[in-house]
Design a protein around this ligand. Structure first.
Ligand SMILES: C[S@@+](CC[C@H](N)C(=O)[O-])C[C@H]1O[C@@H](n2cnc3c(N)ncnc32)[C@H](O)[C@@H]1O
Length: 446
């Protein structure tokens, strides 16, 4: 694409991303990446587009309730592009301090005209001007909790059932915030202190984190994937909770390891790193297009001890039985722990979807356990905080496999403060600052 054809307006990037997320089932993070690549924006405008996308999507239910109170046309009858333009406009006016109201209104009107019609631009003008006039009374209005937190009511009820009202509220409040940008040091190429120095020279502040020795927390940068040190494979962008699941696996040199749901390879590459680029990790995933991502990551990080295979973990081969010293099952899950990063998840989930996911998790965990060799470990992990997908799946395994037990002897130095009495590691954005994660190590009786 010629630079002249690229989008120069951060609000235009934002509405295109949100349109794809809303109407084409795209994921927020992937759609944003795609549209930023079609744009030529300054660093400040990249930051603005990113904040508009995430802020609008995270607060969507709350924003929609404001639009409903201002527009005579019911929400469902507002055309797709205009609804998105209005959401971005209201987000800037009600949730951001730094954007002047006239800019939010004028830019919205321009986009309404370009993406729909002059008449639609007039409608945007009417609603946003009314939003300006009525701001005080609208802000003073008491909304139900699920609207304030922009979370479907059934989901708030589900979390309240398991965790109580206060915790559920805190959890969803924290999920409206911004995730820390953490990276895993590629210890095959550098150590943590060296990498902190290299990043400093690239203008990025980074410091060691709380739990994982290989985790650095970076500050004030949106595009860490664009640095030279990234291309050189010195680190992998990853949440600390994800790193901890590999720490729980306690891989030893020479182990044979199976990663059953591996793409895009965050944990596979961590395991390969722990094996010091020797031994072997078998990385499987059901989706062939995602396997390419594993290959790309392996190559960038300079690893050559990974064997990647397209394979459905629901179908175990005879030859897999009792074969691996370590098995990682990073199961497909509802993703409730990562709605801070992928806010569209909370609107796309349903009780029925969760039910279907649990059935798959139960079948996968039996197959994962059956692949273990005597004395081996299975780590079951998810990025959800829903006990039906976590503790209940583990209970299902324990009921169905006599030799399985929860092994709580995780490395003391890392897990001392975060393992509970049942042997589970449960992380929450409102408690630990990490994504929401569940990690358990299962042993096999001889
Ligand atoms: C939580 S993600 C894995 C993330 C990965 N472990 C990482 O750290 O980068 C779950 C993965 O499970 C895969 N998956 C879903 N159903 C599967 C199945 N039946 N067999 C194998 N993989 C499956 C999905 O394609 C997805 O990539």
């Amino acid at each position: 694409m010629n630079n002249n054809d690229k989008i120069k307006n951060p609000r235009e990037v934002a509405i295109n991303v949100l349109h794809e997320v809303e109407y084409k089932d795209a994921y927020t993070n992937l759609a944003l990446k795609k549209w930023l690549s079609k744009a030529a924006l300054s660093n400040n405008d990249v930051a603005l587009a990113t904040s508009l996308v995430y802020g609008t999507e995270k607060n969507k239910l709350h924003i929609d309730s404001i639009i409903s109170s201002l527009s005579k046309t019911p929400l469902k009858k507002i055309s797709p592009w205009i609804l998105i333009v209005l959401r971005v406009g209201i987000y800037q006016m009600y949730f951001l301090d730094k954007v002047p109201t006239f800019a939010a209104v004028n830019e919205g009107v321009k986009l309404g005209k370009r993406y729909e019609s002059a008449k639609a631009g007039g409608f945007v003008n009417g609603v946003l001007r009314s939003a300006e006039r009525n701001m005080e009374s609208i802000k003073a209005k008491e909304n139900p909790d699920y609207v304030k937190l922009s979370v479907p009511n059934w989901l708030l009820k589900l979390m309240t059932k398991y965790y109580g009202y206060d915790f559920a509220m805190d959890f969803f409040k924290a999920s409206l915030g911004v995730s820390p940008l953490t990276i895993r040091v590629n210890t095959l190429k550098v150590d943590a202190d060296e990498l902190i120095g290299i990043l400093k020279n690239e203008g990025v502040a980074a410091e060691k984190s709380n739990f994982s020795p290989e985790c650095l927390v970076t500050k004030g940068l949106t595009n860490i994937g664009g640095l030279k040190s990234h291309d050189q494979g010195l680190y992998f962008v990853q949440d600390e909770g994800a790193m901890l699941s590999v720490e729980a696996l306690e891989v030893k040199l020479g182990n044979s390891v199976l990663d059953m749901c591996a793409a895009p390879g965050g944990k596979t590459t961590h395991i390969a790193q722990k094996l010091e680029n020797a031994g072997s990790v078998t990385a499987r995933d059901i989706h062939s297009h995602k396997m390419l991502l594993i290959e790309k990551n392996i190559h960038r990080l300079g690893l050559d001890n990974v064997k990647s295979e397209i394979k459905d973990g629901l179908n175990l081969d005879e030859s897999d039985l009792g074969k691996y010293d370590r098995v990682l099952l990073d199961a497909p899950c509802s993703g409730l722990g990562i709605i801070r990063r992928k806010p569209d998840i909370k609107y796309k989930l349903s009780p029925q979807k969760i039910h279907e996911i649990v059935q798959i998790q139960k079948r996968l965990i039996l197959n994962a356990f059956d692949s273990l060799s005597p004395g081996g470990y299975l780590v079951y992990t998810t990025c959800t905080v829903n006990p039906r997908e976590n503790e209940e799946v583990v209970d299902y395994l324990l009921k169905n496999r006599e030799r399985a037990f929860v092994d709580d002897k995780l490395p003391e130095d890392i897990f001392r403060d975060i393992i509970d009495e049942a042997g589970y590691v449960k992380l929450y954005p409102n408690v630990h600052g990490t994504d929401g994660f569940f990690i358990v190590r299962i042993g096999i009786e001889n």
